[in-house]
Ligand binder design. Structure first.
Ligand SMILES: CC(C)(COP(=O)(O)OP(=O)(O)OC[C@H]1O[C@@H](n2cnc3c(N)ncnc32)[C@H](O)[C@@H]1OP(=O)(O)O)[C@@H](O)C(=O)NCCC(=O)NCCS
Length: 213
């Protein structure tokens, strides 16, 4: 039962990461996917995400999840939640009252190829570390932060370079920290995203009211 990490964000919001070492049968005890996913590892990640929701809240109705494209939601909006997976890890965040977004990523130099597509020159300068490994970790946490904002917003149509601008990057030691960003077409919504590293795994999450009703 490799529950890898849990954190209480506040009284109504919790997150967890699962290290996937089980076979599908383990996860299928609580949930059968609405549409079958053909790739075996993607299917396993998907099942692990749903499993985590029930771990965070034993009453979570995983079998009532609907999909809007790939975005999962509960038709009665009784809970806010977000899911992410990467490699052998799945993560979920669940809140009774506040919209949330989560992302997990493994640190990989491949992300450098995308850097200019999701960060402005000013953002690139802001996060530049004194060596390449610091820079790569910072880059990963910024990507993860923007992915978590994208999921939190849910409405899509978000340009990662124009509609989300990182304004500060704070490190609390070398394993965790906070990223602040302005979000939206008018860049008038302030967002605080937290991140944490577990060796090469980066977790980022956001818990904030929506900028619209
Ligand atoms: C939706 C998106 C964020 C998913 O990311 P991903 O890399 O596939 O993988 P993750 O594991 O982190 O997240 C997958 C989970 O996100 C959730 N999800 C999927 N689409 C979503 C959406 N539109 N909104 C919120 N959550 C979504 C699902 O729970 C999914 O897991 P599941 O299918 O098992 O339920 C990503 O595909 C995307 O569209 N990103 C923005 C695109 C973009 O503009 N990128 C360019 C930047 S340069």
């Amino acid at each position: 039962m490799p529950l890898f990490y849990t954190q209480n964000i506040n009284e109504t919001t919790r997150l967890a990461i699962w290290h996937i070492t089980e076979t599908e049968d383990f996860f299928r005890k609580i949930y059968i996917p609405i549409t079958e996913i053909s790739h075996p590892h993607k299917r396993l990640q998907h099942l692990a995400g749903r499993f985590l929701l029930q771990l965070l809240d034993s009453k979570f109705p995983v079998n009532k999840i609907h999909l809007d494209g790939r975005r999962p939601f509960l038709p009665d909006n009784s809970r806010y939640f977000s899911i992410s997976h990467c490699g052998d890890y799945a993560a979920a965040i669940l809140s009774k009252d506040t919209p949330v977004g989560i992302d997990v990523e493994l640190v990989t130099p491949k992300l450098q190829l995308l850097e200019k597509k999701f960060l402005t020159e000013q953002e690139q300068k802001l996060i530049k570390g004194n060596d390449s490994s610091t820079s790569l970790k910072r880059l990963t946490s910024c990507w993860s932060a923007k992915e978590s904002m994208f999921k939190w917003y849910i409405l899509g149509n978000v340009d990662f370079r124009k509609d989300m601008i990182i304004t500060s990057y704070t490190e609390n030691g070398d394993k965790a920290g906070k990223i602040t960003a302005i979000f939206g077409k008018e860049l008038n919504t302030n967002c605080d995203i937290e991140y944490r590293f577990f060796d090469d795994l980066c977790l980022a999450w956001l818990c904030r009211e929506k900028p619209y009703h």
